[in-house]
Ligand binder design. Structure first.
Ligand code: ZN
Length: 563
């Protein structure tokens, strides 16, 4: 992955604010800092005052002195939940985020087709159902371009394509014209009963994602992964937790690692279980994860590991596919994607084999089921986790900590700018339970902060801003505050975004905080650690194992890092 800048392997960082992570998620702890840090051979050797014999000795023995100029040093961020290949691919997709309606979407796509005559397919992102209240089908895109066109919703739970694109997906993925809906998802159909160009939920995860990965060559997939790593290094990440790993991603990831290394990034992955009506189809998927974890683990390949399995147990609130205990205002009451009696043997098998278990659960009914399943089949020694936990009843929020279940949360999903449909869908009373992060922390649950990129913006400091202010990062002028009583403190958010995500995959032994003996993974940033100020925070440098892998252009002579 190109040359990393050869950094002096013995450095004394002085005159800084080296953040010291508190030992737990207590709400009454303010940030504390050390002034000086010594790194050598990629490891933190010392953190403390500059007036110390050890610092003096290092200076005398020729260490490089780096003046931090009062800037803040935080542990390298670790994204606790993302999708690396999709992220890399999304970096080149046509962004539709600013569109307001169908006309805008068509204009934007048309503009792209004219400036990109050579790409074989047109991929777009950022569509929201609210932009197209009358619904969509393939014909609305057909006159724009003869090439296949694919449009993802912002949350990635639906994909809309033109007729050529639909035909290609059906051909490549062997979907017959009269295919029944997959378990946990739907194909949108026209009046004639035939597929008409929209895939929802598991139909996206099972058909569109593998299709997109498959039509990309392995070289393109490697390039996408590299682009994702580079983008993440440049905003302060030194670690990623991929939440939907499969063969189409694993193959190029391992190839890239073996050929060039992963640069300044450590990646741990949860192997995605594909839904099926037969347990016989699912248990072999657990076997595959066990096999890979045996081969790629913290001993053999700490930079690239399979740590567990991921099960997507329901959908999302906006599409009314998250499973709730009471009906949506539309009258629907969807079931979880997986029946509970399926989850028991899957989770039990994974846990017995030493795999971690991550369950996606957004609606309160699914969250309760997920906790029940983890309670019965795992224990805190395996650091089980639940992803998202968006609409959780108070009694269940309290159970997370009791059972040692990591609350894997993505504050960017709680941005008020994207929650406008919620009051209409679930009513004000239930909205009062949305994103109850503080209850998770108060109940003693470990927290892991993530972005779920590319479904949401991936900048780590703005993510902390939303977590601590409960206000919008997407629309900073928006005054709406979502359930401010559930806000995390700055320290809770900072720890969750670093140590917490490391802890969630057993990586806290070597990274996630700035302590003697840990890897020298850190960021230098201009940030004031108070909720309202976080939105202005900027990462200036990213260091991975004592090597600088990113430096902001305007801040120094050049941009270093991965080419
Ligand atoms: Zn996700």
């Amino acid at each position: 992955m190109g040359e990393l800048r050869a950094s002096p392997d013995f450095t004394v960082l002085v005159n800084g604010k080296v953040y010291q992570s508190p030992p737990n998620y207590a709400a009454d702890v303010g940030p504390t800092f050390a002034e000086c840090m010594i790194i050598r051979d990629g490891i933190i050797q010392y953190v403390g005052p500059e007036a110390d014999a050890e610092v003096e000795a290092a200076k005398v023995s020729g260490a490089t002195i780096k003046d931090l100029d009062s800037q803040t040093v935080l542990p390298g961020f670790i994204d606790g939940h993302l999708h690396i290949l999709l992220l890399g691919q999304s970096l080149t997709k046509v962004g539709l985020e600013a569109c307001k309606n169908l006309k805008d979407i068509r204009t934007e796509i048309k503009r792209y087709t004219k400036t990109h005559p050579d790409v074989p397919r047109i991929f777009c992102r950022g569509w929201m159902h609210s932009m197209t209240p009358d619904g969509v089908d393939s014909t609305l895109l057909d006159d724009l371009d003869p090439r296949p066109i694919f449009v993802d919703t912002k949350d990635l739970h639906s994909t809309w394509c033109n007729t050529v694109g639909l035909k290609e997906v059906c051909r490549v993925m062997n979907i017959p014209e009269d295919a029944p809906d997959p378990a946990g998802g739907t194909f949108q159909r026209g009046k004639d009963g035939k597929l008409n160009g929209v895939f929802n939920e598991s139909a996206v995860f099972e058909y569109i994602w593998p299709f997109t990965a498959r039509v990309a060559s392995i070289k393109e997939r490697k390039e996408s992964i590299k682009a994702a790593i580079k983008a993440f290094n440049s905003v302060g990440y030194t670690g990623m937790v991929d939440m939907a790993m499969d063969e189409t991603i694993w193959e190029p990831l391992v190839a890239l690692r073996n050929e060039e290394g992963l640069g300044g990034m450590r990646i741990s992955a949860y192997w995605l279980m594909k839904p099926s009506n037969s347990l016989q189809d699912v248990l072999p998927q657990v076997d595959r994860a066990i096999q890979l974890a045996g081969q790629y683990n913290s001993q053999s390949s700490p930079d690239c590991r399979v740590v567990g399995i991921k099960v997507i147990c329901d959908g999302i609130i906006d599409a009314c596919t998250a499973s709730l205990t009471e009906p949506y205002s539309t009258g629907t009451t969807p079931d979880p994607i997986w029946p509970e009696d399926f989850l028991h043997p899957i989770v039990s098998k994974a846990h017995a084999a030493g795999l971690q278990v991550a369950l996606h659960a957004i609606g309160n009914r699914t969250i309760r089921m997920a906790i029940d399943v983890l309670e019965k089949n795992t224990d805190r020694s395996g650091r089980p986790r639940i992803e998202h936990i968006e609409l959780c009843d108070a009694e269940d929020a309290a159970r997370l900590g009791k059972l040692g279940i990591t609350a894997s949360i993505q504050p960017v999903h709680s941005d008020p700018a994207i929650l406008r449909a919620w009051p209409r869908l679930i009513g004000d009373r239930r909205c009062k339970r949305a994103f109850a992060y503080r209850e998770f922390a108060d109940g003693g649950a470990p927290l892991a902060l993530g972005s779920d990129a590319p479904t949401a913006p991936h900048l780590p400091i703005p993510n902390m801003y939303v977590a601590t202010t409960r206000r919008s990062y997407r629309e900073p002028g928006l005054e709406t505050v979502i359930n401010p009583e559930f806000a995390l403190t700055v320290c809770q958010a900072a720890v969750a975004a670093t140590h917490g995500s490391a802890y969630s995959t057993f990586a806290d032994e070597w990274t996630g905080s700035l302590r003697k003996g840990l890897k020298a993974d850190f960021v230098v940033c201009n940030v004031e650690l108070s909720p309202q100020s976080l939105i202005k925070g900027v990462v200036k440098e990213t260091w991975f194992e004592g090597t600088q892998v990113y430096k902001a252009a305007e801040y120094g002579s050049d941009v270093t890092g991965l080419e």
